[in-house]
Design a protein around this ligand. Structure first.
Ligand SMILES: O=c1[nH]c(=O)c2[nH]c(=O)[nH]c2[nH]1
Length: 318
């Protein structure tokens, strides 16, 4: 995967390449007596930027770390990293290794999508090594690691979730929108509201000073420690809280529109997490339109038809 772009004069303006869709599955086995197994399944994208323009402009492969090697490094860290069970830390570890090991690579862009596996319940107790796919929802982490002057890295992390499917059967209206010759939608004071939530939140960037080069692990330890000390920063905790806040606002908001509920979700996240500097939601409306059964004298629209403007538009179409 590569994304070179050129300006009007035909010169290479920017270039980035790497590997997409690297599948990682890792089992961490606790020893006896517990013998509990922990698992993660990730889909990883690892892209790099650096001094390799000549690989695009002069077919010079001597500056190319093969995408196959990038995949192998990802596998190697999935096997060896103490951070593998935490997608944020794993992304940071992979990024720091790539820019630390190769002097001519300056930036790494790591995306980790985590698939959902939940423990199977066995007579009320979580099973030690059997799991089920707990829906299509994914946890998503995007980490950008930039090598600055010697001994300095900047980490920018955005995280969130995708494909969280939700539905509520009341507490949602959509009224008073523009009505003109193109309007066929009826106003409703009470409707089913369903959406598939995509959420991204960005953490404030952090610059860290590091002593030596290393393979990135020491840099990461320092990064993680610095983050957690004196602040509530912890990728997994924030992910859990952000998901819960999203669900609670969805459930409790007397929604005037998808737009208004979306904004409240963003406000709630920013209010709870001072370490975030940006929140973005996408909430595509999944329509459940009641079937009009008046032709057979069956009222399938009440209580959905309380608004006066709705009655008026019904009168027009009757
Ligand atoms: O909450 C909504 N917002 C819209 O902008 C819109 N547009 C539409 O057709 N239905 C809805 N619902």
């Amino acid at each position: 995967m590569s994304t070179p772009t050129s300006n009007e004069s035909g010169r290479l303006a920017a270039a980035r390449y790497g590997k997409d869709k690297i599948r990682v599955f890792r089992v961490v086995r606790e020893p006896a007596p517990s013998k509990v197994h922990h698992i993660v399944e990730y889909i990883v994208t690892a892209l790099v930027e650096g001094d390799f323009d000549t690989s695009f402009t002069q077919a010079d492969n001597s500056v190319v770390v093969a995408t196959d090697s990038i995949k192998n490094i990802t596998y190697y860290l999935a096997k060896t990293s103490p951070h593998v069970l935490d997608p944020t830390r794993f992304a940071l570890h992979l990024g720091t290794v790539l820019v630390s090991k190769y002097a001519h690579l300056h930036r790494a862009y790591i995306t980790v999508q985590q698939l959902r596996w939940a423990r199977i319940d066995e007579s009320g107790a979580p099973h030690t090594h059997a799991f089920w796919r707990d829906g299509d929802e994914k946890k998503v982490v995007r980490a950008e690691i930039e090598k600055l002057a010697a001994g300095k890295l900047t980490a920018r992390v955005a995280a969130g979730l995708s494909d969280l499917l939700v539905l509520k059967t009341t507490g949602s209206a959509f009224e008073n929108f523009v009505r003109d010759e193109f309007t066929t939608l009826l106003e409703v004071s009470d409707r089913i509201f369903s959406t598939s939530v995509d959420l991204t939140y960005r953490f404030k960037p952090l610059t860290i000073n590091v002593g030596g080069a290393g393979d990135g692990l020491e840099l990461l330890e320092e990064w993680v420690e610095g983050r957690e000390k004196g602040s509530a920063w912890d990728g997994e905790e924030v992910a859990k809280a952000a998901r819960q806040t999203t669900l609670e606002v969805f459930a409790t908001d007397e929604s005037a529109s998808v737009q208004a509920t979306l904004y409240k979700m963003g406000q709630a996240l920013l209010a709870h997490h001072s370490q975030l500097d940006n929140v973005s939601y996408s909430l595509p409306n999944k329509h459940y339109i009641p079937v009009d059964m008046r032709y057979i004298n069956e009222d399938n629209l009440t209580p959905l038809v309380a608004a006066p403007r709705f009655r008026k538009s019904l009168a027009c179409t009757d």
